[in-house]
Design a protein around this ligand. Sequence first.
Ligand SMILES: *Cc1c(COP(=O)(O)O)cnc(C)c1O
Length: 471
Amino acid sequence: MDKKTFRENAHKAVDWVADYLENIEQFPVKSQVAPREIFDQIPDSPPNNQEEFDAFLEDLDEKIMPGITHWQHPNFHAYFPGNSSYPSILGEIITSGIAAQCMIWETSPAAAELEEKMMEWLKELMDLPANWHGVIQDTASTATLAAILSAREKVSNQEINRLGFRSQQLRVYCSSETHSSIDKAVKIAGIGSENLIKIDVNERMAMEPESLKAAILKDIANGRTPCCVVATLGTTSTLAFDPLDEISRICEELGVWLHVDAAYAGSAFILPEYRHLKPGLERANSYVFNPHKWLMVNFDCSAYFVKDKTALLNTFSILPEYLKTQTHGNINNYRDWGIPLGRRFRALKLWFVLRSYGSEGLKSLLRKHCELGKWLETQIDDHPNFELITPAAMNVVVFRWRQDDKSTDQLNIINSDILHTVNASGKAFLSHTKVKGKYAMRLVAGQTNVQLTHIQKVWKLIKETAQNVKI
Ligand SMILES: *Cc1c(COP(=O)(O)O)cnc(C)c1O
């Protein structure tokens, strides 16, 4: 492809994206293909000769798009959203055009300095502690692993990095509702899954601080070393908020690293009305939330903050000869702030989004999403055969069909059937969770362009489907 054809094809590609987004509601939200259906349509060997871009686009429409689940469809209500927006897409296009590898300051000073400034902007927007230092990671999973590794090195005085594990038995604590990325992180960090202690939750699925304290004290009495507590603001299953104020006081008193995972709900701290969930955060050692979930920034963009920059740098810095530079001064080499050496220029799309919406634009969009959650909560509350499994929080609604003459097991089957029938219709995509043995449908009203009409549509579909599902 030469420069002239690149320019022509680039226009076609942008038109393709614009058309796709304008017509997205014509696709089934959840891909309806069977396993291997896509794989079998792609030739077994790569081509010997050059092919033209028009042929790629044709195959994209015919062979690939049927196998895409449309995350930007407004009736995508599953998991948590992975939002995008026009300014963010433009940022991604330009980032891929610049194609800089932003491992250290010298490999693109603008990338390092814009990233530092964007993290300052997020702190101001969300009223986060002014003394924190921020860095963009690819995902919350990576950020949480970085936190646990930093806690490990802090508690062992950098010994495990140097000597490996010897006789220490480190312990990490989280609630039974915590995201699976914490289970993964303790395995990778060499701490071991049996040293991850899952603390009980209360009826709203939030961590019991007294049980946390008792577990830590018991471990200390038994010669084990508490390493890190992971508290969640907005659990994945039911958007529960661990009581951070109490947890952070326990961590401070007992000298344990506190990492706070607010991967999804953290974006809501741009809204003052949700900041009452935040007290205690100023005592945390590290914090992560994902602008790539609910702040209209394309995946990947995870904002990670630490109080003690040295603890992070002590864990990750490396300085081989070929990376030594002449630069002195107040600069950040983000290679030393996380796991990968190579880094994408992710600050650009975040900058574009924050400027394009402005803080007021983002606030009103998030408020609208929360109002949609409230609307659905009211409908479910008023319906004789549906019930909320937990009170709705922000824009996450967890609910089920209920019928007094059915057992829990029967209701679990009915609700699973309703969910799968709704998803198979292609008209909406919800996911599920299980809360204390009860199978529940889980709807998030958080795609960038979701409107009341979309929520009304899916609610009608759920009600009709429930009437038709029989066991
Ligand atoms: C989504 C989520 C994660 C994982 O996020 P990734 O960026 O995909 O790694 C972690 N914790 C919580 C609470 C989440 O909702």
